[in-house]
Design a protein around this ligand. Structure first.
Ligand code: NAD
Ligand code: UD1
Length: 339
């Protein structure tokens, strides 16, 4: 029996494949490489010694997905495949709604056809919107401020409805906080296309000399140093959370829909992250203070007690580990997988 990992060549997916392999799961990957590189598979082989079955194709293509389910003995699905850039989603809402929502609908329909009804879904802390108070807890109301965020809010609703309609379904809906870091080998990591939107890859690209300086979006927030506070989580901890979620699905029947936060429960400000990166890199990283970025909230961190209770999972890596591993990946691969 195998676990189908959609988007398994991507940043979080590739780290999760290693973790699943370590835990003894057989893995089948589906990816169309729209935001990743086939080179990831070579790197995964160097790390694990395994050639994972890879089906190159689009989850929007029903016939393609059916052919994968016909060939492989799929037991459950971890669904990472989707677009994830907030700014781009504002410019290309139709592409985002189509890929993320239609893609998931096609996947769920094919799963139903093959009677595979266990799924772990990649949601995001973005669903807590602008109006909740930290720490964020799963029962809080969800909302969004951009099309990417709406795809997650809507998909959570869809998955909830599917689980409600048929008690054979078990949906573990994981809400990730801010993933950073990379595998300790430095062979895989986050490789954004173009100029990064997120803080960690922006900082490491300044440190490696690809970008001139960091632009800090606002230092007038109601926080101790005026910059925003986020809950950063090592991608290896996230990967372990997926393995724990699968065990939860296997050890329990008819779970219905569970939303579960995966975060460290610790908040670090943008300036604190910068200073931790400076220690990891061993030099100062230039920055300027700019105005606030639209849609940013001042403070975001998780209450992760539900993950501890249900999945027996908690984050282990420190902020020092995260900055060290992000930097190790960046300095060894200044141009991502193109090197
Ligand atoms: P990623 O872009 O690195 O990985 C996504 C993978 O899915 C890529 O390899 C891409 O080629 C593939 N893909 C996209 N659309 C596809 C399609 N239609 N058919 C087949 N493959 C397709 O992103 P990631 O950072 O690994 O994120 C994985 C998931 O986690 C996404 O759903 C994302 O929204 C969610 N998430 C990410 C973050 C984050 O900060 N990275 C935070 C919260 C949630
Ligand atoms: C962003 C997305 C969120 C998504 C998450 C993970 C927005 C508004 N939110 O979260 O939906 O789930 O990424 O992909 O885009 N910062 C700078 N300079 C930079 C980049 C970021 O100062 O060049 C600051 C931001 O203002 C923020 C913090 O760093 O305060 C973290 O930003 P980022 O890494 O983009 O993550 P989020 O905004 O938390």
């Amino acid at each position: 029996m195998a676990i189908l990992v959609t988007g398994g060549a991507g940043y979080i997916g590739s780290h999760t494949v290693i973790e699943l392999d370590k835990a003894g799961f057989d893995v089948v990957i589906v990816d169309n490489f729209s935001n990743s590189s086939p080179e990831v598979l070579n790197r995964l082989k160097t790390i694990t010694g395994k050639d994972f079955p890879l089906y190159e194709g689009d989850i929007l293509d029903r016939d393609f997905l059916v052919s994968v389910f016909e060939k492989e003995n799929i037991d459950s699905v971890i669904h990472f495949a989707g677009f994830k850039a907030v700014g781009e989603s504002v410019e290309k809402p139709l592409e985002y709604y189509h890929n993320n929502i239609t893609g998931t609908l096609v996947l769920l329909d094919v799963m139903r056809q093959f009677n595979v009804k266990d799924i772990v879904f990649s949601s995001s802390a973005t669903v807590y919107g602008m109006n909740n108070v930290v720490p964020f807890k799963e029962e809080m109301p969800t909302s969004a401020t951009n099309p990417y965020g709406y795809t997650k809010v809507m998909l959570e609703q869809i998955l909830n409805d599917v689980a409600f309609s048929d008690s054979d379904w078990s949906v573990t809906n994981l809400r990730y906080f801010n993933p950073i870091g990379a595998h300790e080998s430095g062979l895989i990591g986050e490789a954004p296309n173009g100029i990064p939107n997120n803080l960690s890859p922006y900082i490491t690209q300044v440190a490696v000399g690809k970008l001139e300086k960091l632009h800090i979006f606002g230092n007038d927030y109601d926080t101790p140093d005026g910059t925003c506070i986020r809950d950063f989580i090592h991608v290896n901890d996230l990967a372990a959370g997926h393995s724990a979620a699968l065990n939860y699905l296997f050890n329990n029947e008819n779970l219905g829909f569970d939303a579960i936060n995966l975060g460290s429960e610790k908040g670090y400000s943008v300036l604190e992250i910068l200073s931790n990166f400076e220690k990891a890199v061993g030099k100062e990283i230039p920055y300027v203070i700019d105005g606030r970025r639209a849609g940013d909230i001042a403070v975001c961190y998780a209450d992760a007690s539900k993950a501890k209770k249900l999945l027996n999972w908690e984050a282990k890596y420190t902020i020092e580990d995260m900055c060290r591993d992000s930097w190790n990946w960046q300095k060894k691969n200044p141009n991502g997988f193109k090197d």
